[in-house]
Design a protein around this ligand. Structure first.
Ligand code: BES
Ligand code: MN
Ligand code: MN
Length: 461
């Protein structure tokens, strides 16, 4: 039986299995979800075992466990390490979901006329990991493994992969491989496949501005004592100039500028500004002067406030001059910026912006380094051939704006390059309410993964 008809016959079961996994709320950032994380890891381990792998184990870490499985068929074949994550983002704000985030349902949308699974983690990344499990099932059924396979699926990607670096250090031999295959990125649209050739790095900080030692009456003290929220707003506003350049001294020093040719090549990717604006219901885009929207969202570094709070936010009006104000700020980085260096530059500059009368505290969170991957490598070529086979058109290389911090570490710790062959769509609203993953994308992904291995083995000869 052909792979395609096998997929067709087992379609509902594949989706059911994924939907059962999606029912487990594996929210890595939630301290109350520890048990659910273990349940999600256990579920995955069982699915690996069903496919007749040599072994499937759960490795505890200081945080959430890592699932590792392998199927080694012939030491002379190349070895591919598949990486992904089973942890998900918190589902908040809950009231904006049309159906509960951990009760997956399949609905059609204009972009997904064949249906999409709505659930937290459907696209990022359980749905994409599960394509690899089902591709494995089909290779096992055929008894045909073009490559040796290793799978490392972690539970802490959404919280910065803080324990995975150490795990890699400690298991170099076990993780030995020729390439790392990752499905955790997007394609341009379902008719226009693309391969992700770069990810931005990340520097993430929390800031705290303190004025008086207690909340004050805003009539009695207002105007005479610094208001930390007013001050924080000024300080944040000072981080960009009128051209939307970031003002932190030295911030752009290590940024690799793309050549005119590279930028022209980028501009050839299909992109409709009109459709982009319409989708987001905005009357204009916004960003760094002299760069296009695609450039702003991929090859340029950015600084964004992700959350800001302080003072009174309850119902009605309370007159108060708050003692403290807070914000969470992220900076997306591009080659060759370093997250450690940027975090330090930010802290120094931000502190220097504070007027007398307030104190400032900057607390760094997790970070990660940017990566770019070549398009002339064997792994890129194998992914491109696989996508050509299944989509019928050549994929477009495209750098992405998101971050997968561990990818840079794979290169520095394991000395292995990654190929980013994901199948989501930007409109699948990962991290947001109503996250979904097209069934077309899920099944196309399985077929494409099945094509990747023989191409890779062939090209690697
Ligand atoms: N899968 C995403 C990253 C991504 C999304 C890359 C779309 C390319 C296209 C990943 O799970 C993610 O959300 N990463 C975080 C970083 C992490 C440290 C919280 C991100 O980019 O915000
Ligand atoms: Mn992801
Ligand atoms: Mn994510």
């Amino acid at each position: 039986m052909s792979n395609q008809s096998y997929i067709q016959e087992n379609r509902d079961r594949f989706l059911d299995e994924l939907m059962q996994w999606l029912r487990i709320p594996s929210i890595s950032s939630d301290p109350g979800s520890k048990e659910q994380m273990v349940r999600a890891a256990e579920y995955l381990k069982q699915r690996f075992l069903e496919q007749g792998v040599d072994k499937a184990d759960i490795y505890p870490t200081a945080g959430h466990p890592i699932v590792y499985a392998e199927k080694i068929t012939d030491p002379s074949k190349p070895t591919v390490l598949v990486y992904g994550h089973y942890d998900v983002q918190p589902p908040d704000p809950l009231d904006l979901w049309d159906s509960p985030p951990f009760e997956p349902v399949i609905k059609t949308t204009p972009i997904h006329p064949e249906g999409a699974i709505f659930a937290r983690g459907a696209c990022d990344d359980k749905g994409q990991v599960y394509m690899h499990v089902k591709a494995l099932e089909i290779m096992a059924k055929n008894g045909d493994f073009p490559c040796n396979l290793k799978f490392m699926i972690e539970g802490e990607e959404e919280v910065g992969s803080v324990n995975l670096g150490k795990f890699c250090e400690e298991h170099k031999e076990m993780l030995k491989s020729d390439v790392i295959l990752i499905s955790d990125t997007s394609i341009i649209d379902n008719k226009t496949p693309s391969i992700c050739t770069g990810l931005r790095g990340l520097s993430y900080v929390e800031v705290e501005v303190t004025g008086a030692n207690r909340d004050l009456h805003s009539g009695v003290y207002g105007g005479a004592v610094a208001n930390p929220i007013n001050v924080l707003s000024d300080m944040i506003a000072a981080l960009h100039d009128e051209n939307n350049h970031i003002t932190i001294p030295g911030f752009y020093d290590d940024v690799q500028e793309l050549s005119r040719q590279e930028r022209d090549a980028m501009a050839k990717a299909p992109f409709s500004l009109e459709a982009y604006e319409k989708d987001l219901d905005i009357d204009a885009v916004y960003g760094e002067k002299d760069y296009t929207t695609l450039e702003r969202a991929s090859i340029r570094p950015t600084l964004d406030v992700n959350g800001i709070w302080g003072g009174y936010i309850g119902v009605g009006a309370k007159t108060v001059l708050p003692s403290k104000a807070f914000a969470k700020i992220s900076m997306r980085l591009v080659p060759d910026q370093s997250s450690g260096k940027i975090t330090k530059m930010f802290a120094d500059y931000f502190t220097s912006l504070a007027p007398k009368g307030v104190r400032v505290k900057v607390t760094p969170h997790h970070g990660g380094e940017p990566v770019v991957t070549p398009t002339d490598s064997v792994e890129y070529q194998a992914a491109a051939l696989a996508m050509k086979d299944t989509f019928g058109v050549e994929p477009i290389p495209q750098r992405s704006g998101g971050s997968i911090p561990i990818v840079a570490l794979f290169e520095s710790v394991l000395g292995v390059k990654s190929v980013l062959m994901g199948f989501g769509l930007d409109s699948d609203v990962i991290h947001s309410p109503n996250e979904h993953y097209g069934t077309f994308n899920f099944f196309k992904g399985i077929e494409t993964i099945l094509r990747f291995y023989p191409h890779y083995a062939e090209l690697k000869k």
